[in-house]
Design a protein around this ligand. Structure first.
Ligand code: MG
Length: 170
């Protein structure tokens, strides 16, 4: 029997991950409109990964015979003054998602729900990578963003990112 608090947080995380996908789709849209197709691609791949995260929580709940309740997804409502603002909003969002994963982990630990803790281990590691990726992007933009030729090359580098399915399979 899964702790009701853990169940509620796992169910909520489906929504949070779909919101992340929606947010990054909006970022992709922002860069597409500015003809920075490489940046648009990078966030499109990010959006696909977030959809996968949502589906992992969804499948985990179903596998454990826990009810899945799908809620409305919030509208991405951020506005940006410059490209760097988008990148920084991405890092800020990942730090927030890390805090959500940590909250579920803490509730699972408290409820001696070791199976959920094991499931979440993948996400704990994943969040470390997400924060690193977001930080790296900011660093590159700080170094190269102000020079048009360097920005062109960075945009090309980001165009090469390809989607791969998550290493966690349920
Ligand atoms: Mg995620």
């Amino acid at each position: 029997m899964v702790n009701p608090k853990v169940h509620a947080l796992l169910n909520q995380q489906i929504n949070k991950e779909f919101y992340s996908a929606y947010l990054y789709l909006d970022f992709s849209n922002y860069f597409k409109a500015k003809s920075l197709d490489g940046f648009a691609n990078w966030y499109m791949v990010q959006a696909q990964e977030e959809r996968d995260h949502a589906m992992l929580f969804y499948t985990y709940l179903q596998n454990e015979n826990m009810t899945v309740t799908l809620e409305a997804i919030d509208k991405p409502d951020k506005t940006f003054e410059c490209d760097m603002d988008v990148l920084k909003a991405g890092l800020e969002h990942e730090i927030y998602v890390t805090s959500l994963i940590n909250d579920i982990y803490a509730a699972a630990y408290e409820g001696r729900d070791f199976r959920t803790m094991q499931f979440l281990d993948w996400f704990v590691k994943e969040q470390g990578e997400e924060e690193t990726n977001a930080n790296d992007l900011i660093s590159k933009m700080e170094l190269f963003g102000s020079d048009p030729r360097s920005l062109y090359l960075l945009n090309q580098e980001l165009a090469a990112r390809v989607y791969t399915a998550p290493s966690l399979v349920l």
